[in-house]
Design a protein around this ligand. Structure first.
Ligand SMILES: *[C@@H]1O[C@H](CO)[C@@H](O)[C@H](O)[C@H]1NC(C)=O
Length: 336
């Protein structure tokens, strides 16, 4: 995620450019959850292979770890991936963003971002663990780094294994939006140059939080677009300029990812998956996992509230969970 000063956003994001990509939809409510956690941002949710326990990871709290035995909870905050901060020597090393956790070769891999609001002085790092429990994570350090002037920003990493078995990292960006590069067999060394796979040409190109998921014959690229954070309840952006989630699909994990109208996501394409509705405001930071208990694919996201005393406050962002109906070949959210 990236926070940009609201005045810049207001001046730069054209509502029209984003609205052409949306269609009206009735969204199901997120699953009702119980637990002692009050904050989730940029969630990553997976089940432990050994026992099916649910592990949820979030931005901030040193990459917080929240666990549950059932999807509806109770959820419990148990610790952090990096309680002693990242070894990457950059501002933000004590405030990790957007952990992305997946299981390969008997280990859990957590890619994470080190950055601060509005900066391209950023890095993607890697930590690994055999169990995901607090205290078991080894910080492997930097995978990739960017600086001011680069066409992209090293934030919001997501790992997928491509159709040839090669680990592929999707990341970005706000600046230049979403890019991908191959990793070597160590899952850490860059093995190709970044290639752009999604772009919104409306400055400041507010696309980030990408996630690639394979279903049947397609790889689906999900992105979050719009203002994620720092909302002033008394001065909200024009409706539709806040976070929402788009998708495109491709027969390759490397794209090109086309939306339902055949428009490439590098050319402003994207089919809307979820946008603000009811009490759900600015949903994004999304991911997908297959729930081994129900067999369903679950769409995982955060959202702010639009009602009550916590309306529009990032400090009260919640975990959103819905099931995915793939029967049309496109992800349609349903109740769990
Ligand atoms: C909102 O967030 C604040 C700050 O973390 C917390 O103290 C408060 O309990 C939260 N309120 C709700 C209703 O979750």
């Amino acid at each position: 995620m990236t926070r940009i000063v609201p005045s810049l956003l207001a001046a730069c994001i054209s509502l029209a450019a984003l609205a052409t990509r949306s269609t009206a939809a009735n969204y199901p409510d997120p699953l009702q959850l119980t637990g002692d956690f009050v904050y989730v941002h940029d969630p990553s949710l997976i089940q432990r292979a050994s026992d099916g326990k649910y592990f949820l990871f979030t931005s901030h709290n040193k990459a917080g770890i929240i666990t549950a035995d059932n999807l509806a909870g109770p959820w419990t905050e148990v610790g952090s991936i990096l309680p002693d901060d990242s070894v990457i020597d950059l501002p933000g090393r004590d405030d990790i963003w957007a952990p992305d956790v997946s299981f390969h070769n008997g280990q859990y891999y957590a890619y994470y971002a080190v950055s601060v609001s509005g900066s391209q002085n950023s890095a993607i790092g890697l930590a690994t663990s055999p169990t995901m429990e607090p205290g078991t994570w080894t910080d492997k350090g930097q995978v990739f780094r960017t600086q001011t002037g680069d066409p992209y920003n090293a934030i919001d990493p997501n790992l997928i294994i491509d159709e040839n078995g090669v680990p592929l990292l999707t990341f970005g960006s706000y600046w230049g939006d979403i890019y991908q590069f191959n990793l070597a067999n160590d899952f850490q060394t860059m093995a190709s140059s970044p290639v752009q796979v999604a772009h919104n040409s409306t400055p400041p190109s507010p696309v980030e939080g990408s996630f690639v998921w394979k279903h049947d014959d397609f790889y689906y690229l999900f992105t979050s677009s719009g203002q994620c954070c720092s909302f002033d309840p008394n001065n909200l952006p024009p409706p539709g300029n806040e976070y929402k989630v788009f998708v495109g699909r491709s027969s390759s994990a490397h794209g090109p990812f086309l939306d339902q109208n055949g428009v490439d996501m590098v050319d402003n394409g994207g089919t809307l998956v979820i946008a603000s509705h009811g009490d759900v405001f600015a949903p994004g930071g999304e991911g997908v996992f297959t729930d081994s208990k129900s067999g369903k694919d679950i769409f995982v996201y955060h959202y702010l509230h639009s009602q009550g005393s916590i309306a529009y406050l990032e400090a009260n962002a919640s975990l959103g969970l819905n099931a995915i109906d793939w029967s049309s070949g496109w992800p349609v959210l349903t109740s769990i």
